[in-house]
Design a protein around this ligand. Structure first.
Ligand code: PLP
Length: 382
């Protein structure tokens, strides 16, 4: 065997040091901190994507997702890809060319939904509000009653603004009009209640890298019995083969025939993340996040700062704090990253330069971590 060259000229690999990612406190909107048990799961040996062991892992994940989504009647499954893959799957499967889709627009991700739906040939109608505002039941009823869409879409936790949209108001109005409801729960699942059945959602997608304390890479989904009937009744083929939910469901839960090579290690990770959540108890987890959110807001207000979203519409896991007059928010973020290694995010679109976006999720949602963050943040502002 030829010996491995030990000088950089003959062996270019020696130009690249071993991976040594900096230690960060991920207080941004996501990715959030990964639970140590999830890292351990990622290191386990892989099996094949058709191996009975992996089929069992997929089954476990589907089962563990049910309490996280809050569904007993619905079907849960996982799309390979980040949260946007779930969004694309929801749009591709429930929209056909010409389908009227009503979007409750109030931030960046409702715009992304609009763009995807238009690319899939939907006739998109939008109700517009400023970034950070939410919709009331009366507004939802008026809009849906006027437009009579076949499908309605909203973002439950709008990451670009920090606002939480109540789903009940929208779902009740949509169902009265015979429309199906798609809810983006990318930032809510695992951190704040989704309550899929109780709210009346028909299709929901999320991600792994926020409230579930797992790396990015998968998109958990839930579908109501109505949504399944809708899929069965669909006459035109789903334009995206990869995101065809009937094919994915068949592989994951029915025939287990090959659809795609599922990312095995990410399924291990998600299974472990969901087990960690099940052991804590989903309601206790929501309560822990709510408690830390309150402490966070108290600390922020004690510094004389303001929150962007009114109290009753805030996402417990993602805070938007108004940038005080005269403060360069980019500089604050850079110093936080360079010195204590804390990542937070700024605003974008109409909120560029106006808000800090600060996530308090998963392992970071403890009293000590909130106090640690507030102390460092205060230092950087002064
Ligand atoms: C509300 C919302 N929807 C969709 C997405 C897209 O998810 P991803 O970046 O994982 O593709 C995000 C990402 O932050 C999000 O916050």
């Amino acid at each position: 065997m030829t010996p491995i060259a030990q000088n950089k000229q003959e062996n270019p690999a020696l130009h690249f040091p071993a991976l040594q990612p900096p230690r960060r406190y991920l207080f941004g909107p996501g990715p959030s901190m990964v639970h140590p048990r999830v890292y351990e799961a990622l290191a386990k040996p892989i099996v094949g994507h058709l191996d009975p062991y992996f089929i069992q892992v997929m089954g476990d994940v589907q089962q563990l997702l049910k309490p996280a989504f809050g569904t007993s009647d619905g079907v849960t499954l996982v799309v390979s890809g980040t949260g946007s893959a779930g969004m694309e799957a929801a749009v591709a499967n429930f929209v056909e060319p010409g389908t009227k889709l009503a979007v409750f627009a109030n931030g960046y991700f409702s715009d992304r939904l609009t763009e995807m739906a238009r690319r899939h040939g939907a006739n998109v109608v939008r109700l517009e509000k400023l970034w950070g505002e939410t919709y009331t039941e009366d507004e939802a009823r008026e809009f849906i009653g006027r437009e009579k869409p076949k499908v309605v879409a909203y973002v439950h936790a709008e990451t670009s603004t920090g606002a939480l949209q109540s789903g009940q108001a929208i779902c009740a109005a949509a169902h009265d009009a015979g429309a199906l409801v798609i809810a983006d729960c990318v930032t809510s699942l695992g951190g704040v209640p989704v309550q899929f059945d109780q709210t009346g959602i028909d299709v929901s997608y999320s991600c792994t890298q926020k409230g579930l304390s797992c790396p990015p890479g998968l998109s958990p989904m839930a579908m109501s019995p109505r949504a399944l009937d809708w899929l069965r009744a669909r006459t035109s083929p789903v334009r995206s083969w990869y995101f065809d939910l009937k094919l994915i469901h068949d592989y994951a839960a029915v025939s287990h025939r090959y659809h795609h090579t599922a990312p095995i290690s990410m399924f291990y990770a998600l299974r472990e993340a969901l087990l960690v959540i099940a052991e804590e108890g989903i309601e206790k987890r929501w309560e822990r996040h709510r408690h830390c959110h309150k402490l966070f807001v108290q600390g922020i207000e004690a510094m004389g700062l303001r929150m962007h979203v009114p109290e009753e519409h805030r996402i417990a896991t993602l805070n938007t704090v108004c940038v005080p007059e005269g403060v360069d928010e980019a500089k604050v973020r850079k110093r936080l990253l360079d010195e204590p290694g804390i990542e937070i995010a700024g605003g974008f679109g109409p909120l560029a330069g106006k808000v800090f976006r600060i996530g308090v999720m998963g392992p970071l949602a403890t009293e000590d971590n909130v106090q640690f963050f507030l102390k460092e943040f205060k230092k950087m502002l002064s």
